[in-house]
Design a protein around this ligand. Structure first.
Ligand SMILES: [Zn+2]
Length: 520
């Protein structure tokens, strides 16, 4: 779900299994109350200090954790490694016995007495530039600077195991001139303080916050308010130009989705680090239900910045559908320390990227040749990966298969293209992947996760075409080469030596199919 819009050679990362000592599990009783306090004025040695008041803990022992990994990324980040001087206290400020369990968790004994926890947090990255390692997701992490704080909440705030569904209050003290851009609702806001209320830890992690001197514009569309909040290390205001540039994109995406959107509020958080060299550019985005955080390293060339934001925004905004409005139990009940992965990245990433490339041509803002050129590029890049590795396998084991992971954006997209044409062919142009996704969202939606092992049968049932089962077995669960040539031929297009051209004597059937597919 994170998408880097540059290609870099993949390095196989070896993840060492973490050794966890055998511990008696904590008993889990009623809900607790979390009240966090953070002071951005109190920023020393590149660290922030966090206080947590805990009420109603009714367990003999309790385990407090930071995520090993968060939704949307597929590599281990171990956010617990940035925490120091962890202390748990009772109401009389007496220290409780604490034992570190693995990299991310602390076990607290005599936990019924817990009243307060304190710790320091180091930021994860200092500068967003090319100094990076594969599989390290800075868009899921934080940076603290004197007047700018990119806050991924999973870096700063933890959860008690078994209490990730309890409500959380956070008070953040801040310099008056800093503004919090986020899709979280501020339950109270005065010049030197913001207060947020979250229904649970999942909602907290789903909402990054950018604290900076405000450079913010809100685009008001009929059914959605979209805030564009920026910070550029150049000191220049960039939000106005970006907002004007992406407004038509959002209008087109809304129309493509039939005029209705799964959210009514959305925020783009954009952090731009000025690259003094003219090129190349680097950008990275991570999607959430109601926002996307975009990090960029490039010169202050507004054209390039706008184009990069546009590219990331179109992909990330489509994620409001997949997986955010349609997902399996594994995502709905995400375990931040022992996540189980879903087999459906072909859908979450593949369909999202397919919609991103399909929308412009179908809406008529891109011509046929440019669209074919995009397809040629994807096909060429896809050939660099192991296409006999079934998408479902890659999806279930992303951490172990980092070197193949990028193929979810390539083969995943082309699976959807083939399925779209195949469905159009079976339905005489009436039904495609857009309809399928709309039908599945209608059936499930954001609050009703599907069973990971049952989705394929549900797709076959929803489309009404039993042949779709064979397509899934061969190309999504299986290793068969994608039928790109055959499918494109159905739309009057010829794929030869990596190039796609229009057939000379297009038949009325081919033309009809192409019209229903891409309106061209
Ligand atoms: Zn994505």
């Amino acid at each position: 779900m994170e998408k880097m819009n540059i290609y870099f050679s993949a390095i196989l990362l070896v993840f060492l299994a973490t050794c966890t000592a055998k511990e008696k599990p904590d008993s889990n009783n009623g809900p607790i109350k979390y009240s966090y306090e953070l002071n951005l004025n109190d920023f020393e040695n590149d660290q922030l200090k966090v206080n947590l008041q805990v009420q109603a803990m009714d367990q003999d022992s309790a385990t407090f954790c930071f995520p090993k990994i968060v939704p949307g990324i597929y590599g281990t980040m171990d956010f617990g490694q940035y925490i120091s001087s962890f202390t748990a206290m009772d109401a009389d400020k007496e220290t409780l016995e604490v034992k570190k369990v693995g990299t991310n968790c602390w076990k607290i004994y005599d936990a019924k007495r817990i009243a307060k926890i304190e710790y320091h947090v180091d930021d994860v990255w200092e500068v967003f530039d090319f100094n990076m390692k594969e599989g390290f997701y800075r868009s899921a992490a934080s940076t603290f600077q004197e007047k700018t704080f990119v806050i991924n909440t999973n870096c700063l705030f933890g959860y008690f195991r078994g209490h990730d569904n309890d409500s959380i209050q956070i008070v953040i003290h801040k310099p008056n001139e800093l503004y919090a851009a986020t899709s979280l609702n501020k339950s109270n806001s005065i010049p030197d303080q913001d207060e947020f209320l979250m229904k649970d830890y999942h909602q907290l992690v789903d909402n990054p916050i950018l604290y900076s001197v405000p450079d913010t514009i809100t685009i008001k569309l009929p059914k959605i308010d979209v805030q564009v909040a920026c910070y550029s290390t150049s000191g220049q205001s960039i939000s106005g130009e970006i907002a004007r540039f992406i407004e038509p994109l959002l209008v087109n995406q809304t129309n493509y989705l039939g005029g209705s959107l799964p959210v009514d509020k959305y925020t783009f958080l954009i952090y731009h680090n000025l690259n003094p060299d003219p090129s190349p550019y680097l950008a990275d985005g991570l999607e959430h239900s109601h926002s996307t955080l975009i990090l960029m390293y490039m010169p202050l060339k507004l054209d390039a910045i706008k184009k990069n934001v546009y590219g990331i925004a179109s992909h990330e905004f489509f994620h409001t559908l997949l997986p955010l409005a349609l997902h399996s139990q594994e995502i709905a009940h995400y375990d931040f320390n022992q996540p189980k992965f879903s087999r459906h990245l072909w859908l979450y990433e593949g369909t999202t990227e397919y919609f991103t490339i399909h929308m412009p041509v179908k809406s008529g803002i891109q011509d046929l040749n440019s669209f074919l050129h995009v397809l040629e590029g994807i096909i060429k890049e896809m050939r660099r990966y192991d296409n006999e590795l079934p998408m479902t396998e890659l999806s279930l084991h992303p951490i172990e298969m980092q070197d193949q992971f990028y193929n979810v954006y390539l083969r995943g997209t082309m699976i959807n293209l083939c399925l779209d044409i195949y469905l159009r062919d079976l339905s005489h142009g009436d039904y495609g992947v857009q309809d399928l996704v709309a039908d599945l969202i209608e059936k499930y939606g954001k609050d009703k996760p599907f069973d990971d092992t049952e989705l394929f049968e549900e797709i076959v049932k929803t489309t009404g075409f039993p042949e779709v089962r064979d397509f899934i077995s061969a190309y999504i669960e299986g290793s068969k080469e994608l039928p790109l040539k055959e499918m494109l031929e159905k739309a009057g297009l010829r794929l030869e030596d990596g190039k796609i051209s229009q057939v000379e004597d297009i038949t009325p059937e081919q033309l009809n199919l192409r019209k229903s597919w891409i309106n061209q």
